[in-house]
Design a protein around this ligand. Structure first.
Ligand code: NAP
Length: 496
C-alpha cells in the first residue's frame, strides 16, 4: 500500500470513529440538543483542526440533568447490588471490545500517543471491573452495646445524586474512577467532562446506555459556560455529593461553593511530585522510572514527576542519561505509528511550559535537552531536561504539566525529605533507594498520599488514589473508593 493511501485510509477511519460518537447532551436516558441548539468545537491538539461540534449546555440544561438524576435516585438505590454490578461488568467487557476505536478517539481529542490511549482505556475499564465486584461487598455492622442491652446497627446507603467533574488529561479514566463507585453504591449522577475532551465521555455514556444503565442514572452535560452551569447545581439542595478532579485553584473555588449546603466533597487536585534518587539507587531502574513518571501522558499528569532531587554523587550521570533518553523520543501526531510524545493540550498550556522553562533558565538553569517549542501546526514542546535549577525557580513550586524535567541535587537524607515536603501539594512522591531502612524512614516522612518506591507509576484501580495537603480530600479506587458515595446510618436498637 502506498504511503499516501495509508494516510488517507487512516483519515477516513478517524472520521468514522468521531462520527459514531453522540454529540448531544445525555439527559434522562435520551440524547438531546442543548437549549437553543448551541454547540462548540472540539479540536485535535496535534493539528489545530476541528474534529466536530458538541452540544453547549445552558444552565437550564444543567438543571434538567439534575432533575433527571434526582428523579431516578430512589428506584436506582433499590436496584439489587448484583444487578448494578453486572451493568458495570458488561460495560467493562464492551469498553475492552472497543478498546482500539476508543483509543483512537482519545488520541484525536487529547493528543497522547496511541499506546498510551490504549493503556488508559484499559485502566478506565478496570475501574468498572473493580467496582462491579465492590457493589456486592458493601457492609454495615452489628454490635452489642457496651451496657449489654442495646444493639448498634450500622447501615451504608447511597449518598444520593452526585455531581462529577473531570479534567481533560485522562478523559475516560477520571470518569470511570467516579462513575464506577457511584453506580456500585446506588447513586445517580450528572457528569461534566472537560470542554477540551468531551468525546471519550460521550462514547462512554453510550456504552453504559447499551449495557442497560436505567434512564436518569447517568446524565452528561458538555458546556463552555462551565461556572454558570455548574454553580447552581452545586448549590441545589437535591445534590448530595460533589466529586471533582482538576486543578487546586478550581477545587478551592468549588469547596467554597459547596460550603453553602455543607455538601460532601471528594477533591482530586493538583500535584508537584518530587522524585528522589539516593546514591545507593539502581540507576538503570531510576532512569526507567523517571521516564514513566515524567513522560507518561506527555508530562500532563497530576502524578507527573515535577522535580528531580538526585544525590550529588550520581546527579551528573542521572541527568545525562535522562537527557539522552528524553532527547531521542519520537514526537508527532499521537495516531501515527511509533510516536512517543504528542502535543500539549492547547496553546495556553504550551505557553505556560515555555514561560516556566525561560524563567528557570533566566535564573541560571542549564538546558541539557530540548528547551523549546516546535513550530508548525499543533502545540508541540520538546522533551526537556534542565540541570543546575535553583530552588527558587517557579517550576520547582508550580505544576509544570509538560515534558520538562528539572534536576536538582541534595547531600543527605534530611535535605532530600525537606526539599520534597517544601510544597503545598501532597499527591505523590517517588523514591529510589536499595536500602530498606532508608526506604521505610523516607516513606514515613514524606507528606504525600501516595509513594512510588522504586517504581515510576502508582495508578492502580485496586489502590486508594489521592492526596494530602492541597492535593485533595478523599480517595478513589481500592476498598475505600466506594465509601466516597456511601453514607453511614446508625440505628440504636432498644431490646428492653
Ligand atoms: P481544571 O481547569 O481545574 O478543570 C477541571 C474540570 O473542572 C474541567 O471539567 C473544567 O471545565 C471544570 N471547571 C473549571 N472551572 C470550573 C468552575 N468554575 N466550576 C465547575 N467546574 C469547573 O483542570 P484541568 O486543566 O482540566 O486539569 C488539569 C488539573 O487536574 C491539574 O492540576 C492536575 O494535577 C489535575 N488532576 C488531578 C488528578 C488527581 O487525581 N489528583 C488527576 C488528573 C488531573 P472546563 O473544561 O470547561 O474548563
Amino acid at each position: 500500500m502506498s504511503e499516501n493511501r495509508a494516510v488517507h485510509e487512516g483519515a477516513d477511519r478517524e472520521r468514522e470513529i468521531v462520527d459514531r460518537v453522540p454529540k448531544e447532551l445525555f439527559v434522562g436516558g435520551t440524547w438531546r440538543p442543548a437549549t437553543g441548539g448551541r454547540t462548540f468545537d472540539v479540536e485535535d491538539p496535534s493539528t489545530g483542526e476541528v474534529l466536530c461540534a458538541v452540544a453547549d449546555a445552558t444552565p437550564e440544561d444543567g438543571l434538567a440533568a439534575l432533575d433527571a438524576a434526582a428523579k431516578a435516585q430512589e428506584s436506582w438505590a433499590r436496584h439489587a447490588p448484583r444487578a448494578r454490578g453486572e451493568i458495570l461488568r458488561a460495560a467493562f467487557e464492551m469498553i475492552m471490545a472497543r478498546q482500539e476505536d476508543l483509543a483512537v478517539l482519545m488520541t484525536l481529542e487529547m493528543g497522547k500517543p496511541l499506546p498510551e490511549s490504549r493503556a488508559e482505556v484499559a485502566y478506565a475499564a478496570e475501574f468498572f471491573r473493580w467496582f462491579a465486584e465492590e457493589a456486592v461487598r458493601v457492609e454495615g455492622g452489628y454490635a452489642v452495646a457496651p451496657n449489654g442491652q442495646g444493639r448498634l446497627l450500622v447501615m451504608k446507603q447511597p449518598v444520593g445524586p452526585s455531581l462529577l467533574i473531570t479534567p481533560w488529561n485522562f478523559p475516560m479514566a477520571m470518569g470511570t474512577r467516579k462513575i464506577g463507585p457511584a453506580v456500585a453504591a446506588g447513586c445517580t449522577m450528572v457528569i461534566k467532562p472537560a470542554r477540551d475532551t468531551p468525546l471519550s465521555m460521550l462514547a462512554l455514556a453510550d456504552i453504559l446506555r447499551e449495557c442497560g444503565l436505567p434512564d436518569g442514572v447517568l446524565n452528561v452535560i458538555t458546556t463552555t459556560s462551565t461556572g454558570r452551569v455548574m454553580e447552581p447545581l452545586i448549590r441545589d439542595g437535591r445534590t448530595r455529593k460533589l466529586s471533582f478532579t482538576g486543578s487546586t485553584e478550581v477545587g478551592r473555588r468549588l469547596i467554597e461553593q459547596s460550603a453553602g449546603q455543607v455538601l460532601r466533597t471528594s477533591m482530586e487536585l493538583g500535584g508537584n511530585a518530587p522524585f528522589l534518587v539516593f546514591d545507593d539507587a539502581d540507576l538503570d531502574a531510576a532512569i526507567e522510572g523517571a521516564m514513566i513518571a515524567k513522560m507518561r501522558n506527555i508530562g500532563e499528569a497530576c502524578t507527573a514527576a515535577n522535580r528531580f532531587y538526585v544525590h550529588s554523587a550520581v546527579a551528573e550521570e542521572f541527568a545525562r542519561r535522562l537527557a539522552d533518553r528524553m532527547g531521542s523520543l519520537r514526537i508527532g501526531r499521537g495516531v501515527e505509528e511509533g510516536v512517543q510524545v504528542g502535543p500539549l493540550i492547547n496553546a495556553d498550556a504550551r505557553e505556560k511550559v515555555g514561560e516556566l522553562v525561560a524563567e528557570a533558565v533566566g535564573r541560571g538553569a542549564k538546558v541539557l535537552a530540548g528547551g523549546e517549542k516546535i513550530d508548525g501546526p499543533g502545540h508541540f514542546y520538546r522533551p526537556t531536561v534542565l540541570t543546575g535549577v535553583p530552588r527558587e525557580a517557579y517550576l520547582v513550586h508550580e505544576e509544570i504539566f509538560g515534558p520538562v524535567a528539572p534536576v536538582l541535587t541534595f547531600e543527605d537524607e534530611d535535605q532530600a525529605v525537606a526539599d520534597a515536603n517544601d510544597t503545598e501539594y501532597g499527591l505523590v512522591s517517588y523514591v529510589y533507594t536499595r536500602d530498606l531502612n532508608r526506604a521505610v524512614r523516607v516513606c514515613e516522612r514524606l507528606e504525600t498520599g501516595m509513594i512510588g518506591l522504586n517504581q515510576g507509576l502508582v495508578s492502580n484501580p485496586a489502590a486508594p488514589f489521592g492526596g494530602v495537603k492541597q492535593s485533595g480530600l478523599g480517595r478513589e479506587g481500592g476498598r475505600v473508593g466506594i465509601e466516597e458515595f456511601l453514607e453511614t446510618k446508625y440505628v440504636a436498637l432498644n431490646l428492653s
